[in-house]
Structures are given as structure tokens and as C-alpha cells.
Design a protein around this ligand. Structure first.
Ligand code: G3P
Length: 220
């Protein structure tokens, strides 16, 4: 399973890159706004900065703001020209599906976002989306079971032989990451805190302290 970091914060992206396990980055308009990035020129520069930090071969999702086909296509083409790492993120709406199909014909990689149902997942795969982003945490937020959607999509994609990668998004905790891996997600995207949270186990800390104490005793 691949690990993407879900942020537009350059320090977090740098830290995750240095950690050595990062496969990509996902952003969205809210995450860009949180970093105070506004205006076309600054937005484009920020995506370029992210691509340079993560290096070649990594995937960086940049979301379109337009909601009509023509606008999404024009914006997506501009985004794709920034850097070869860029994956154009498109919302799961009627014109979005049409735009994904168009990008697919042009060989531009896409991430279909704001996915909350198996039916939407089928449409995105039919359109040729590279990645599909079901929002797990936001489904949990309304007391439904987000992870069961990943399982359902995994079953459908495996049965139908769709190539679209399941990118579990709105992942908020280390437990979500483990559950997504078990459910068949190809990728998880989550904050740095959730990735680092995977490290924690009290027996690891106790064990290491004992090893170091024993080594000190034996070696003075
Ligand atoms: O990038 C989309 C998604 O991961 C958003 O997560 O925590 O805002 O629901 P969240």
C-alpha cells in the first residue's frame, strides 16, 4: 500500500519525505487556503515547490476549482503542465466524470475526489480515473462506517477488473491506516500525525530501554 500525505504544508511534506516512506501528496482547496496560498501564480508555484520537495516519481494531487467541463479541462491541463508529478484532482460531479474521461484520453492522470458511494466509484472507474478518493473520516463523522465503503469498492473493482487505484482519503488516525490496508486500499492519504502514530508501541519503548540498559551494564 502506498502512503500519501494529505497536506499543503511544506514543512510536513519535507518531514514525511525525509522519513523515507512517502509516495505522494494530496492537497485540496481547503488545505491550500489553510497555508494562506491564494492567487493563480502563488498556487502554481506552491504545487511546483511540493513537486520539487518530494522528488521524481511521486504523485502530487492538485485540485481544479472549476465545476464545468470546459473550465475543468482548461485548469487541469494547466496544472498537469506544472510538473510531471501532478495528478489532476476532479470532483465527483457530472462534468467531473466527463472531464476525467477526457483527461484519460489525453494521458493526464486524475484523482476523482469527494466520493461517498460505490455507485460513484463505478462511474469514476468507467471514466478511467487513475485514483479514486472515498472520504472515510467524513462518512464516520455522520455515524456511518467509512471503511465498509473501501471494502465494497475493493470487491467491485476486483470483480470487474477496474484499474483505478483506491485511495482511502479523509484518513485521520493510525487505526484508519491499518483498517484501510486490510480493506484493500491501494493508497492511504493522511496527515503526518497519523503516519507517525503507526510507530507507537509501549513494548517497543520498554524493550529498547532494557536493551540499552543491559548494554550499558555489560560495557560500563
Ligand atoms: O484531501 C481530502 C481529504 O483527505 C479530506 O480529509 O479530514 O478534511 O475529511 P478531511
Amino acid at each position: 500500500m502506498q502512503f500519501f500525505i494529505d497536506t499543503a504544508n511544506l514543512d510536513d511534506i519535507r518531514e514525511a519525505t525525509e522519513f523515507g516512506i512517502l509516495d505522494g501528496v494530496t492537497t485540496n482547496p481547503s488545505l491550500m487556503a489553510k497555508e494562506g496560498i491564494s492567487g493563480d501564480k502563488n498556487v502554481m508555484q506552491h504545487y511546483l515547490d511540493i513537486c520539487k520537495i518530494v522528488g521524481p516519481g511521486k504523485e502530487v494531487s492538485a485540485e481544479v476549482i472549476s465545476t464545468d467541463f470546459k473550465g475543468m479541462v482548461a485548469e487541469g491541463k494547466k496544472l498537469a503542465e506544472i510538473h510531471e508529478n501532478i495528478v489532476v484532482k476532479v470532483p465527483m460531479i457530472r462534468d467531473g466524470v466527463k472531464a476525467i474521461a477526457h483527461f484519460s484520453e489525453l494521458g493526464i492522470r486524475t484523482n476523482c475526489t469527494l466520493v461517498f458511494s460505490a455507485g460513484q466509484a463505478i462511474l469514476a472507474a468507467k471514466a478511467g480515473a487513475t485514483y479514486l478518493s472515498p472520504f472515510i473520516g467524513r462518512i464516520d463523522d455522520i455515524s456511518w462506517d467509512g471503511m465498509s465503503l473501501i471494502k465494497e469498492i475493493f470487491e467491485i473493482y476486483s470483480t470487474a477488473g477496474y484499474d483505478t487505484a483506491i485511495l482511502a482519503a479523509s484518513i485521520r488516525s493510525p487505526l484508519h491506516i491499518v483498517q484501510a490496508a486490510k480493506a484493500g486500499a491501494d493508497v492511504v492519504t493522511c496527515p503526518l500525525s497519523a503516519i507517525l502514530g503507526l510507530l507507537n508501541h509501549p513494548l517497543t519503548d520498554i524493550g529498547l530501554a532494557k536493551f540499552l540498559a543491559d548494554h550499558k551494564k555489560a560495557n560500563g
